[in-house]
Write a protein that binds this ligand. Structure first.
Ligand SMILES: Cc1cc2nc3c(=O)[nH]c(=O)nc-3n(C[C@H](O)[C@H](O)[C@H](O)COP(=O)(O)O)c2cc1C
Length: 311
């Protein structure tokens, strides 16, 4: 049997396979070295980076839910300077694409982090987390409306020549609108979905379990929602789509690829099995081989819907 070609292209960026690890679920990559070889996945997306280090929210910050988890980590991170000085040199020794996830509370903060990453060696792409509250706009998330998403995307586009991915929030009425805004302002790709806002209540204490009140839902519970969002967005924009949300197996990943994603990210599954991303990449290869397909690129966006079949 011929080994299928798993390599994919996202604009100018080539990945050896379509599986990356999702931001916030894989630390800075280095923590996972005892469990897997970074050379076996397409790339890693590091924990969201801000201009200054952040401690995040007080506990409780995580709670399990049916088929998923709710988190309110509060964007804890070492800050972009420590990442560049302490983490990136070590990461650069591994042959994998390093995508830097970026957030800020204001547009100048996003720009500052992007400019620093732009000046560094060894970053494959920048992914903007636009689910962060915009302090200058009363705390509404940047990604909650197309106009503010457009402004932050344009500002970051002007600050870097690196491939720029905008990671869309699913907590919107129509995710195609924010996807189109990202594309119009120069994004090279969109990634989706970030977590869905939710709440778990401790009925005895009559309080939310998370100290923050609400949190972001991830894991298999959101997969059908995320596949739907991927399908909608992939038909609304011409730039590549990176899909994620509850991927725990090769078959799950294939759902996203068929729905139009050129690559996928694995998040919560790495908490269950730290090497889940490697297994998922292998399982995509087995699925393709089992279907007599030579390349993963052959299946991207080839979902057949009932409507098309009736035509
Ligand atoms: C504990 C935790 C921390 C996260 N931190 C970030 C982050 O810093 N930046 C970001 O863009 N997404 C973050 N996410 C969202 C994930 O990258 C991903 O979009 C989401 O979890 C859906 O994928 P999954 O169901 O495979 O986990 C985080 C998710 C979890 C569970």
């Amino acid at each position: 049997m011929v080994t299928p070609d798993l390599s994919v292209r996202l604009g100018s960026l080539r990945l050896r396979n379509p599986v990356l690890t999702a931001s916030g679920t894989f630390g800075y990559g280095l923590e996972f070295l005892p469990f897997l070889s970074l050379e076996e996945i397409g790339g890693i997306v590091v924990k969201g980076l801000s201009p200054k280090p952040r401690k995040g929210n007080p506990p409780e910050r995580i709670v399990e839910t049916p088929s998923g988890m709710l988190n309110a980590i509060g964007l804890q991170n070492v800050g972009v300077d420590a990442f560049l000085a302490e983490k990136l040199p070590e990461l650069r020794r591994h042959d994998t694409a390093v995508v830097a996830n970026v957030f800020g509370e204001t547009i100048p903060e996003y720009v500052e982090v992007c400019a620093k990453l732009d000046a560094a060696e060894g970053i494959a792409a920048i992914e903007l987390n636009v689910s962060c509250p915009n302090v200058e706009a009363g705390g509404m998330a940047f990604g909650a409306d197309a106009a503010s998403l457009a402004r932050v995307t344009r500002a970051c586009r002007d600050a870097t020549r690196l491939p720029l991915w905008v990671k869309l929030s699913p907590n919107v009425t129509d995710i195609r609108e924010t996807a189109r805004a990202a594309e119009a302002e120069g994004a090279d790709a969109v990634s989706l979905v970030n977590t869905y806002v939710g709440m778990v209540v401790d009925v005895e204490r009559r309080r939310p379990v998370l100290a923050n009140g609400c949190g972001g839902l991830s894991g298999p519970a959101i997969r059908p929602l995320a596949v739907w969002a991927t399908w909608q967005v992939s038909r609304a924009v011409a730039i590549p789509v990176v899909g994620m949300g509850g991927i725990a197996s090769g078959r799950d990943a294939v759902e996203f690829l068929l729905a139009g994603a050129s690559a996928v990210q694995v998040g919560t599954a790495s908490f269950v099995h730290p090497d889940a991303s490697v297994r998922i990449a292998r399982e995509i290869g087995s699925w393709l081989a089992g279907h007599g397909l030579a390349s993963v690129r052959e299946i991207v966006g080839t979902l057949r819907t009932g409507k098309e079949e009736r035509r």
